[in-house]
Design a protein around this ligand. Structure first.
Ligand SMILES: *Cc1c(COP(=O)(O)O)cnc(C)c1O
Length: 412
């Protein structure tokens, strides 16, 4: 182990898992309860309830001992039988892989494939694909809200409007894994039938819990779905008994951690949290635009309005010395960055900035990246960190609330 392991903090700036608040770590330091202990039943039930306002829904939120991929599979297994057709616009690693999962579950997949992985989903393409489906075979439209690989966020309201314009009855299923808890998300208002999330991204929880928020229309589709399923079954999970809600033993420590994270969200207020994400993302963008001035790197998301507030993907030529950034930052400075997937492998590194991140943390991370450019000999516009600091100096921090009224169901 290097000296970094003893003195000072390591920085986890991957786009999942993310840093855990000390309070969340401490909350997990607890013996398990008997699964029928009323204290635990109360705690777990409160988590299900308090996730609802974060999703912007009054619908049920179902939790799984699973990662995000499990959350995807849960939604597909409940909604679709083998042979049914889903529309998955592909514009990044996560939409490609969700489509692959759908195929492996016996579904047919259609959808436009983006020319490159630098833009969000084009609502017009969704509309065109649905209009072309004249016999209305498409059962569901699957949209990845923020593609964590490309750093692009799609406009969920615009996609809802596109589905409506096409007059198509398809279910609207959204992967909000890398956006929920970082940006406004209004499941009910936006007519989303299923929203999928995971604990370890902006929600500030430990890895291992996946969520499906399920609107009544989706539940009805699940009831009519003849596919056999057991572990993922929504109906089984809607039982009142905790053993059934988790289809077996509850991953209690993850629930303890989630409870604490939801308390932090309630105490801070969602609007303040969203504002903090915009501000931290603005600092990253200011630095990255400055570094890009030398022509060796760029922000992968070409359209500024589509840039995610949770992750920034930095594009470079294959074979650029910037390809060593991730290893350099981890080994030399104790800063963990993300790498590239699929079509972007070897061409990007990624800076995660979601969840438990504030301004000095992101300045530290950006400083490490700038040190990497210097050490690795990557041409970069000078003063990126300075521009990030200027951005932060010029914009006001969001005001924390004493209590977020949208989260009034919080019990402690
Ligand atoms: C992280 C992520 C996933 C996969 O989640 P896992 O917990 O790693 O299985 C899926 N979709 C998006 C948008 C993600 O960011």
């Amino acid at each position: 182990m290097s000296h970094r392991d003893q003195i000072g903090r390591e920085f986890l700036h991957t786009p999942g898992p993310t840093q855990l608040p000390e309070r969340v770590l401490a909350a997990m330091h607890h013996q398990p309860y008997d699964l029928a202990d009323p204290r635990f039943l109360e705690l777990a039930a409160s988590c299900h309830d308090d996730l609802k306002p974060v999703f912007g829904t009054t619908a049920d939120v179902i939790a799984y001992a699973a990662n995000g991929h499990g959350g995807w599979e849960a939604a597909l297994a409940n909604l679709c039988a083998p042979g049914e057709l889903v529309l998955v616009p592909e514009c990044g690693h996560f939409s490609r892989h969700w489509a692959e999962q759908a195929r492996m579950l016996g579904l047919e997949v259609t959808g436009p494939v983006a020319a490159n992985w630098r833009r969000a989903v084009d609502p017009a393409m969704v509309e065109a694909a649905l209009r072309a489906d004249s016999d209305r075979r498409i059962k569901a439209v699957l949209i990845v809200h923020t593609d964590t690989a490309t750093g692009c966020t799609s406009d969920l309201e615009a996609i809802r409007a596109a589905i409506d314009r096409a007059g198509h009855p398809a279910l609207y299923v959204v992967d909000a894994i890398a956006s929920l808890g970082a940006v406004p998300f209004e499941m009910d208002q936006w007519g989303i039938d299923v929203a999928i999330a995971a604990s370890q991204k902006a929600l500030m929880g430990p890895p291992g819990l996946a969520f499906n928020a399920v609107a009544p229309r989706a539940l009805a589709a699940a009831d009519a779905n003849p596919r056999r399923r057991y572990y993922w079954d929504w109906r089984r999970r809607m039982a009142q008994e905790m053993y059934l809600r988790f289809c077996g033993t509850t991953p209690e420590h993850l629930v303890f951690g989630l409870r604490e994270a939801l308390d932090i969200i309630a105490e801070t207020g969602l609007d303040a949290i969203f504002g903090r994400h915009r501000r931290v993302a603005g600092a990253v963008e200011a630095a990255a635009k400055t570094w890009a001035e030398a022509g060796a790197i760029e922000i992968n998301a070409t359209e500024p309005a589509e840039r995610a507030v949770t992750v920034t993907t930095i594009l470079h030529e294959p074979g650029s010395p910037a390809a060593a950034m991730r290893d350099f930052a981890r080994a030399r400075l104790g800063v963990a960055l993300g790498g590239g997937f699929g079509d972007l492998a070897g061409k990007v590194f990624r800076i995660g900035h979601m969840g438990w991140v504030n301004e000095p943390m992101i300045l530290g991370c950006l400083g490490a990246v700038e040190a990497g450019f210097i050490e690795l000999g990557v041409p970069h516009g000078p003063g990126g960190v300075r521009r990030a600091a200027e951005y932060l100096a010029a914009t006001a921090p969001p005001q924390p609330h004493s209590r977020d009224m949208r989260l009034e169901t919080v019990r402690r």
